[in-house]
Design a protein around this ligand. Structure first.
Ligand code: PGA
Length: 237
């Protein structure tokens, strides 16, 4: 595990974008999987700027969705699809053939099969950029998830449901999510975990000092051979 600590969120985001840019330039044709959520936003913005200045061609790779709230689609502010389309796929001009995300309004198991097939067809995940929830979740792999979970429909934890309301413009009555599972994420060639802010310091400290602990899903990444944790100073207590 490599831990990269930057002075602040902006510097952390720039460092993550450099890392992703280098990966894409070296690995055209591979598939990337980016978490939605707040933390990746400045990273995604930076990647788009890098494309505009000719440093990277974001259409030289493929993209798969990580997770989605069951019941929400693009028209729902705060859905993973809306966040990623408006903050990355749209402005980066990624054509629809290059990506497969979860549709939260469709059957969760059928969506999972389709996303997993897309990933397999492209040779597996090359680079996964994951965030960490306040309860240690990665994607919607909630505490208690077992390591052999490939992906599918999950019951969301109260913590994820409560924290998740920050993304929405109206109260959403949600119960389930759909996600790539631990087994699929751990199989990625390279994994990044990104976290920012004091509020993440405790869960980061606990997750990084554990290994393969179902109560702390991010700890399943501990033994990954190419694992990079990007933090700002305040997330590193
Ligand atoms: P956040 O979400 O980046 O909005 O904190 C993290 C996550 O739940 O994965």
């Amino acid at each position: 595990m490599k831990i990269i600590v930057k002075e602040n969120y902006k510097e952390m985001a720039a460092s993550c974008a450099d890392f992703i840019c280098a990966y894409i330039n070296k690995n055209p044709g591979r598939l990337l999987c980016f978490a939605a959520g707040d933390t990746p936003l400045a990273i995604l913005k930076k990647l788009i700027e890098m494309q505009e200045t000719g440093r990277v061609n974001l259409s030289s790779v493929y993209y798969a969705g990580l997770d989605e709230w069951e019941g929400l689609g693009y028209e729902d502010k705060g859905s993973c699809m809306q966040v990623m389309q408006d903050n990355f796929y749209g402005p980066a001009k990624i054509e629809s053939e290059r990506l497969r995300v979860f549709d939260g309004k469709a059957d969760a198991e059928a969506e999972t099969s389709a996303v997993l097939d897309f990933i397999k067809d492209k040779g597996g995940i090359g680079l996964a950029m994951l965030g960490i929830g306040m309860n240690g979740h990665i994607g919607f792999n909630e505490p208690g998830t077992l390591p052999d979970f490939e992906g599918g429909r999950v019951v969301l934890s109260d913590n994820s449901l409560n924290v998740g309301q920050k993304y929405f413009d109206k109260a959403q009555d949600l119960k389930y999510g759909v996600t790539l599972g631990i087994k699929t994420l751990v199989a990625a060639e390279k994994v990044m975990l990104v976290a920012s802010g004091e509020k993440k310091a405790d869960i980061i400290a606990r997750s990084l000092s554990a290994s393969n602990e179902p109560a702390l899903p991010a700890s399943y990444l501990a033994d990954h051979p190419d694992y990079h944790v990007f933090l700002d100073k305040s997330a590193r207590a």
